[in-house]
Ligand binder design. Structure first.
Ligand SMILES: Cc1cc2nc3c(=O)[nH]c(=O)nc-3n(C[C@H](O)[C@H](O)[C@H](O)COP(=O)(O)O)c2cc1C
Length: 185
């Protein structure tokens, strides 16, 4: 005889509701010319979650989401996309302990080979001591670059994408990354 418990429907619905709240995921991106924005929308569509511009990031957004998928393009010499400077302050002022964070970013491994996707590294460095759990590190194999602040302990700390030189690899890289992070969300 199978030994299982049956819960009242109201209890089950309540648990499901709490589960949804506790595991809410949001994609937050900073983008100057639209590349990272398009990638963020693609990632959010595949995860079935909300996506916002970092310009709209508030403390409430952080509080209301368990999983934060953060994306930045890289500007200057390995620097954050401009709008992320304010966004980073919001994250630094919030309680990120217990949150799950995955990082992604876009750059140009040919023209900016020495600072490839450095913005991902900047984002990580700004919040690495927050108590959040970081998921979604990516092997450097398959990427051609000289140096990157986004490489931590031999791996990219998030997903690097280069839509300028390697746009044919973007979809495959996103698919593999989402498959890797999904069990953690
Ligand atoms: C002035 C300038 C500086 C850049 N610096 C870097 C860099 O240091 N590292 C990098 O990987 N990409 C760099 N890039 C490439 C951008 O990150 C890339 O074009 C990106 O796709 C822009 O995304 P966005 O339109 O979402 O802002 C730079 C581009 C420009 C025009």
């Amino acid at each position: 005889m199978r030994n299982h418990r049956t819960f009242a429907p109201g209890f089950q619905t309540g648990c499901f509701f709490i589960f949804i709240i506790m595991n809410k995921t949001i994609v937050i991106y900073g983008s100057s010319t639209g590349t990272c924005e398009a990638i963020a929308e693609k990632i959010a569509q595949k995860l079935g979650c909300e996506v916002i511009n970092v310009q709209d990031l508030t403390a409430d957004v952080v509080t209301n989401n368990q999983n934060l998928i953060l994306g930045t393009s890289t500007w200057g010499a390995g620097e954050l996309q401009d709008d992320w400077y304010d966004g980073l302050k919001v994250l630094q002022g919030a309680d990120l302990s217990g949150k799950t964070i995955a990082l992604f970013g876009c750059g140009d491994c040919s023209t900016y080979s020495d600072t490839f996707v450095g913005g991902i590294g900047e984002l990580y460095n700004g919040i690495k001591a927050s108590g959040a759990r970081f998921v979604g590190a990516v092997e450097t194999d398959g990427y051609t670059f000289d140096d990157s602040e986004a490489v931590v302990d031999g791996k990219f700390i998030g997903l690097p994408l280069d839509d300028i030189n390697e746009d044919d690899k973007t979809d495959t890289r996103i698919e593999a990354w989402i498959a890797a992070i999904s069990p953690n969300l």
